[in-house]
Design a protein around this ligand. Structure first.
Ligand code: COA
Length: 154
C-alpha cells in the first residue's frame, strides 16, 4: 500500500544514526527520476540544500541564510521509484558568521547510504546581503532560536 501523504514530504519524529539526526523523509516519485529510472541527483541536491537551509535558520535564528560552500558530494547508492529516503544533518562547527554541517541521505528500504557530504557551509546575512555575526557556538535541539517574525516582515 502506498504511504499516506499529501506531498512527497513526511516530517517524522527524528531518528539519530552515527551522530546525525535524520529529520525529513521523502517518497521517491516519477518526477524525481533520471533516464535510468533511479533518483535524479539534482532532485536530491535540491532537497538537501533546502533541508540545510531550514537547519541553519533554526540554529542561527535568522531567515537570511545562504549556501556558501558544498564540499565533494559522494553518491554511494541510489533509490528507485517508491523508495523512502531520509535526510540527516548535523552542525560540525559554528564560525563567526557561518555554520558548517555534515549531511547524509539514507535509503530506508535498502538501508544503504545514498549520499554523504562532509561539509556544507551556510552564512548568516543581514538586510544588505552582507555576512553578519550570528552569535551562536553550540547546537540547539529546541526551537528556542526560531525567528518570531515572518520573512516579509523582517
Ligand atoms: C555569503 C556572502 C555574503 C559571504 O560574503 P563574503 O565576502 O565571502 O564574506 P566573508 O569573507 O566574510 O565570509 C563569510 C563566512 O563565510 C566563510 N567562507 C567564505 N568562503 C568560504 C568557502 N569557500 N568555504 C567555506 N566557508 C567560506 C568565511 O570563513 C566566513 O565565515 P566565518 O565568519 O564564520 O569565519 C557572499 O559570498 C554571497 O552572497 N555569496 C552568494 C550566496 C548565495 O547566493 N548562495 C545561494 C546559491 S546561488
Amino acid at each position: 500500500m502506498a504511504p499516506h501523504t499529501d506531498s512527497a514530504d513526511s516530517h517524522a519524529p527524528e531518528t539519530r544514526v552515527n551522530g546525525i539526526n535524520f529529520y525529513t523523509r521523502k517518497w521517491v516519485k516519477p518526477e524525481d527520476l533520471n533516464a535510468n529510472g533511479t533518483l535524479f541527483g539534482g532532485s536530491l541536491l535540491r532537497w538537501i540544500d533546502e533541508e540545510a537551509a531550514i537547519y541553519a535558520i533554526i540554529q542561527l535564528g535568522n531567515h537570511r541564510v545562504v549556501t556558501k560552500f558544498i564540499s565533494e558530494i559522494n553518491f554511494q547508492a541510489s533509490a528507485r521509484q517508491g523508495d523512502l529516503i531520509e535526510m540527516g544533518l548535523v552542525a560540525t562547527s559554528f564560525g563567526r558568521t557561518s555554520l558548517a554541517m555534515r549531511a547524509e541521505v539514507r535509503n530506508m528500504i535498502t538501508r544503504k547510504v545514498i549520499l554523504s557530504i562532509e561539509r556544507i557551509v551556510f552564512v548568516n546575512i543581514d538586510e544588505e546581503g552582507n555576512a553578519a555575526p550570528h552569535g551562536y557556538s553550540t547546537i540547539t535541539y529546541d526551537r528556542d532560536r526560531m525567528p518570531t517574525t515572518q520573512p516579509a516582515e523582517d
